[in-house]
Design a protein around this ligand. Sequence first.
Ligand code: S6P
Length: 559
Amino acid sequence: MDEWESPDYEPSLPVSEKSNPFTRDIDRASPSGIVGMLEACDAQMFRQDRGTNYQRLFDEQVVTTLTEVAKRVELILKDPQDSLVVLSGCGTSGRLAFFMASRFNEALKQLNRTLVYSYIIAGGDSALLSSQEAPEDDPELGMLSLQKVCEAKKKVLFIGVSCGLSAPFVAGQLDFCLQHPEVYTPVLLGFNPTHQARDEPIPGCIFTFHSVAQRLQELSQRRKAFLINPAVGPEAISGSSRMKGGSATKIVLEVVLSAAHAAAFSHKSVASECILQHMREYERAVEVTYQQKEGIAAVVEAAGRSLLNEGSVCYLGWGPMAILGLIDASECNPTFGADYTDIRGFIRGGYKDLNNNEGPLSSLGPEFCIGHEDFLQHVLPGLADKDTVLLIYSQSDDLHEVLNLGRRVREKTPNLHAVHHRTDSDSAETPQQISINELCSSTLDFLWCGSTPATGNFLHQWELSTKLVLNAVSTGAHILKGKVYRNHMIDLQVTNSKLYRRATRLLQTLSGRAESECEEALLKAIYGADKLMKDIISSDITAHTQVARNAKKVRRRFR
Ligand code: S6P
């Protein structure tokens, strides 16, 4: 049993908010020490139950539920008329909802089939690329956006993702589904046991996330709703669900949707063995990724040096892996208080390749300029030695393009690195590949051997592997910059109720004072006041987070 699984370990916290014993000293670790700790944390995702009460990814019950949900998706794929599969979430969960919906719609397009996937992200498409934490607290907004997407639909499979089983936005959507069972079948995906779902009252609602999850659990006995909530262990940085939570979300959704596609279009019936086999492929992908621990550490070190010297880190990506770069970069603001210029992502064809619902968003500001063209025009001219650039590509991308872009970057900074994926059927390096490697000070060259019986190609593994590398780079670099204390994020804006609670807890952990005293100190810092007036004390968390949203830095007011 891992230490965190003991009932005495941080008993008041759900798994997703506990601090991981493996990473207690991550703030003092070397780059390779950091990557080693991340490896240990990621391996926990696939750990089998050893006599604890936690349900795990490979447990029979979880696999059975995944199989059932895949069958529901299969039915919609076979009869798509007036039907929809909606994926929804906030922050990283919403970004992954977008990623999955796009990827699987793309697969349908290639087969000339009706597109059945839609995504919802709290805060709309701008939240795909920037931090929009406030809409997460709004259950009505969640419900209304679901209603809008599903207008005139007669059958909807709704998959709400909330890693912490906590987002009111998703709770509002699930509650709406429960009220309209003739149309909606709700599925909740998260990584806490149901009893740890958030039970804090939601202003204006008679339900909490916990009560909604309980109702889902009851209905799941009759297969009228589904709950997928295995524990994957605490995050490497406490509460940073973009890491394992995001990876496990990607794994679960891909396993379910791939099985459904195979059943609908290749006449392979959905079977739990296939689901298990597919999940094991991800386990292997994680192992293969960390076999290059030292290489990852070298990029972490370079990126950390850049941030420490006020330089920037740019991910220049191709295809879907570039989207993972955009996602990783967008998460640095809420997690580390980073500026959008600290770590930025760029995708080859910009919004044409992103293919989001709302189309180009560049008019919203420079942080929304995401194409390689934008990089060449606005970033490259100012690029210098202190900056790090990471090329992210695979054998299926245009290597001429990668080489050309690499050459232009290399004229400005020697700090050029690459993440590259290829299969053993393509093991001979091409002349362009050799030239790209020569340009780079380090290359993470992932060679994927064997075959993938579950999906027939390695794309999903490449993507997960890239996600892990990028999470390691951005997290590691910010740790080296000093943005993490022990394993806690310490430069976060208190922009929603979850973060408000987390900030109060952090003060408690660090000061050892009572909760009420810490909340008072937090409020004094948010309002910049030495004394709390009655109107502040009587306001609710929504009001506090609205004020905190505009604060540049929360000042220290502990005496
Ligand atoms: C976490 C990230 C957040 C979360 C968001 C949704 O690393 O910064 O934006 O994704 O708060 O969380 P959850 O628990 O509902 O998936």
